[in-house]
Every structure is written in C-alpha cells, then in structure tokens.
Ligand binder design. Structure first.
Ligand SMILES: Nc1ncnc2c1ncn2[C@@H]1O[C@H](COP(=O)(O)OP(=O)(O)O)[C@@H](O)[C@H]1O
Ligand SMILES: [Mg+2]
Length: 271
C-alpha cells in the first residue's frame, strides 16, 4: 500500500502467467503523485511483463490475480474491463525510437497526428510548444525521422507522451537504445518537465545508476517478484535482500555519501 494512503497508483498482489508458467508473483507497488519510482532488475526478471500488465496489455502474460488502483479508480486486473480503460492517464514511451516513429512520414505530420490524439484543454500552442521547448526540439522543417539524431527522435517520443498530459509517464529501459550522454540528457530534460508539471514517472531499467539519479524509491525485481521496495538512498546504503545486495555491489560508481545527492552529474553512468 501507499506510504501515505494517497498514491496515484497502487498495485496489490499482481501475479501473471504465460501458458501456465508463472512470470510475476504477488507484486505490490505504489507511486505517489509527482514521484519517480524505478523498477530495477536483471534481464528476464519480469520488468516488461509488469509494465504490460499495468498498461492493460495482457499478452503474452495474463494476470491471474491482482488489483490496481489508479487515480482513485480500482480495477480487478483479471477482468477484461480493465483493458478498455487502459490508456487513461498513462503515457508509455517505447525503448527504441524506431518503434515509435514512422520512417516514411515527415516529422511535422507525425507531430500533428500526435496533437490530434492528445486531449488538450487549452485552445492552442502554449502547452504544446512548451513541451517541445522543454525537450529542446527545434522546428521540424520538412525532415523525416532519419534526418534527426537518435537522441532527438527519442525526445520527440517523450514529447508525444507528454502532450497528452499524463498523470503517469512510463519508461521501459529508456536509455538502452541511445548513447549514454545523449540518453542522460534526454532523461534529465524529461524529469525536469515531469517535476514541474507534477507528472509521476515509472522507470523500468536494468541500470541502477539511472534509478540512483532520478528515482525517490526503487523496487528490486528478481524472478518475477519484488525483492525489496523503498527509498533509493536506503537501497544504495544498506540493501536488505540478496538481490538488492547483488545490484548494489555491482554498481559502477563509488558509494554515495549519506547526506549528499545520491549521485553527482559528473559521476553518472547511464548506459
Ligand atoms: N512471449 C513469451 N513467451 C514465453 N515466455 C516469455 C515471453 N515473453 C517473456 N517471457 C518470459 O517472461 C519472463 C520475464 O520477461 P520480461 O518481463 O520481458 O523480463 P525483463 O523485462 O525483466 O527482461 C522471462 O523469463 C521470459 O523468458
Ligand atoms: Mg524488458
């Protein structure tokens, strides 16, 4: 349950299976409004499956139990009704820009389509232009996706996600398709925007450094379970489980001081 009872998202007892094989076991998670939570774990531990279930995408894994409360509404995750309302308030950014952009359509056209899909209360421009400005995206001109760098393409996908004014931004391995410096910059920009607009962020990653830099709380996943979930600082300073200890021991930067920032910009290793 939520630490203060006012979570934006609260997940209780999610288990999921593929063809009778258990992929997720009794997963609990909660995210406060405006909070960044990371889910960290090795490959194959169930991170993407967890995200898919949260988003209401029930293939290949189907929930066999679990309840989700999001923004005051509660869903039984084993019910099909959940699937119909899956997109309300969530925005998902795919791992790879190439998955999210049509290579044969001009960027300006893709942006106009994204605007058509987004429900915006304000009549025009300011909010939308603000998203582009915050992510340092200049005019599209007549360009196609391949004429932009991977970093700019990824930032455009982040902008697509943000113009729908989500309450929760969900990022699956957001840095793995980009070079480390470009990735760190894109994520920093989006985090600044999210903080300013009270958007909660769920980052799923195998990279503890990313969690250390941005997440207030981190869940460690292993074998389809959440081994531990708590303040990122506490995990880094004193992991309570074997899975947590393994992650922390194999991190690639020096141990943080207890009262300073978790990780300084110069030390960041995001890749
Ligand atoms: N289409 C599938 N068919 C069978 N097993 C799958 C399929 N997709 C994922 N799995 C299994 O589910 C487990 C969790 O996968 P996943 O959620 O993708 O992990 P992660 O995102 O942490 O790498 C893995 O053991 C994987 O083998
Ligand atoms: Mg994955």
């Amino acid at each position: 349950m939520s630490s203060n009872g006012h979570a934006l998202l609260s997940l209780d007892g999610l288990s999921a299976e593929i063809g009778g094989q258990t992929i997720l076991r009794d997963v609990d998670l909660d995210i406060e409004r405006g909070e960044c939570v990371a889910v960290v774990g090795g490959s194959g531990t169930g991170k993407s499956t967890l995200l898919r279930c949260l988003m209401g995408l029930y293939r290949p894994a189907r929930p066999s139990s679990g309840r989700l409360t999001f923004d005051g509404r509660t869903f039984d995750l084993t019910s099909r009704k959940r699937q119909k309302s899956r997109h309300e308030g969530f925005a998902f950014v795919p791992q790879n820009p190439q998955v999210g952009l049509d290579p044969l359509k001009r960027l300006s056209w893709q942006w106009s389509q994204a605007l058509r899909c987004a429900r915006f209360e304000t009549p025009e421009a300011d909010g939308r232009a603000g998203v582009l400005k915050a992510l340092r995206l200049d005019g599209f001109g007549k360009r196609f996706p391949h004429q932009w760098s991977q970093g700019m393409q990824q930032r455009l996908l982040l902008a697509f996600a943000l113009i729908s004014k989500p309450k929760l931004l969900v990022l699956d391995e957001p840095t793995s398709a980009l070079d480390p410096i470009v990735a760190a910059r894109a994520i920093s920009e989006v985090m600044t925007y999210a903080r300013r607009h009270q958007v909660s962020v769920l980052i799923v990653t195998h990279d503890l450094a990313l969690a250390a830099k941005f997440a207030q709380r981190t869940a460690v996943m292993t074998d389809g379970q959440v081994a531990e979930f708590g303040p990122t600082q506490r995990l880094l300073a004193a992991p309570r489980t074997k899975a947590g200890q393994l992650l922390v021991t194999h991190r690639q930067w020096p141990a943080p001081s207890t009262d300073g920032p978790v990780i300084s910009a110069g030390q960041s290793h995001v890749g």
